[in-house]
Design a protein around this ligand. Sequence first.
Ligand SMILES: *Cc1c(COP(=O)(O)O)cnc(C)c1O
Ligand SMILES: [Zn+2]
Length: 426
Amino acid sequence: MATVTTRAAYLRCIECGEEHEAWGTLTRCECGGLLEVVRDLSALDGDSLRRTWEARRLSLLPEDRSGVWRFRDLVAPLAASELVARAEGNTGLYPVPHLAALAGVSELRLKHEGENPTGSFKDRGMTVGVSVARKLGASNVACASTGNTSAALASYAALGGMGCVVLVPAGKTSPAKLSQALAYGARTLAVRGDFDVALELLQKLAPELGLYVLNSVNPWRLEGQKTIMFEVLEALEWEPPDWIIVPGGNLGNTAAFSKALLELRELGILDRLPRLAVVQAHGASPFARAYEGGWLELLPQRADTLATAIRIGNPVNYPKASRGVRALRGAVISVQDAEIMDAKALIDRSGIGCEPASAASLAGLRKLRESGVIDEDARVVAVLTGHVLKDPDATSEYHSGQAPNANPPIEVEADEAAIRAAIGDS
Ligand SMILES: *Cc1c(COP(=O)(O)O)cnc(C)c1O
Ligand SMILES: [Zn+2]
């Protein structure tokens, strides 16, 4: 078990079909198209894969204790010694019957990706992306980020002994996320512009500056993010829910989830597919608009939402994500920031907690239920993408205001009577 299965894998352009070797430094095809990782699934047997993944749960080897590398047969053909990993994944899947009742569905589970090492699902992508970068001999990795990508990349680059450059929109990143990038030692550029501009600049300058780009345009990152679906389905004994719901920003998860589910079906591990709902913030909803417009085109917009992790106006994974949503008979909607924050308060109050962007999934479920897209006997899994401490300012602000679920702090005099009165009042 010391070496990882080395099934051949290669990269293929989703636009022109051109094939590229697995271990090349290209993150896009020469034609500009997105690349995807392809492997020969006919050489794999679904039943034995399931048993192998299960057996690895008893192992203490680092490559088996990672919720990403336990599924390495469908992730990346690397040797155990090549991995830059820190036991990412293995996140909880929590049944929340009271939130199911509130949303009006028969079952709801929350998959909490905030439980990853740096507090978001980005770690699943970065363990793969950074391992590949090191195999390629890259000495410097880089990303543009609304915050969480930079936190994850900075951590994994440090662990892998590589230099790291991150570009974040100046003044538009939560201080908690920014502090992670600084702490892990990334050269951190606060760009006076939004995320979309920062990513464009980075992609343009990366070759000249010798930087290996690890935004979700990188196909290996998405291979890591597929494991969110592998863990969910495994926990449900491969019996798919009716719907999976995920917030959408740059649409890496949307692309990765659909690839994961289609692969599981091709391997005979799933006998039917769940449907996929993607939820955007109203102020950053180009994908929802493209869906409503019958997929005619993606019109980039200037993004604005308090859910900073999905404050993206020109999602780079649109071509993969739109195909994925179609293949899974999915739906895409947008919700208002106030709906996101109220849903977040409910998730937080249940004891689980998440950052604002994550709560778009519950806000979206309520809306999809109201409009009848999701029906009342549906079994639903909603993905919480980030940790409750990722954006403490947004949470404090919500609770100090007049919002429906606000729980404001009570300031009292330092004496017994005042404390007794304040507690007795509750
Ligand atoms: C990155 C991120 C998203 C957006 O995910 P995409 O794959 O880019 O659509 C959503 N929520 C959180 C917390 C994130 O960090
Ligand atoms: Zn191409």
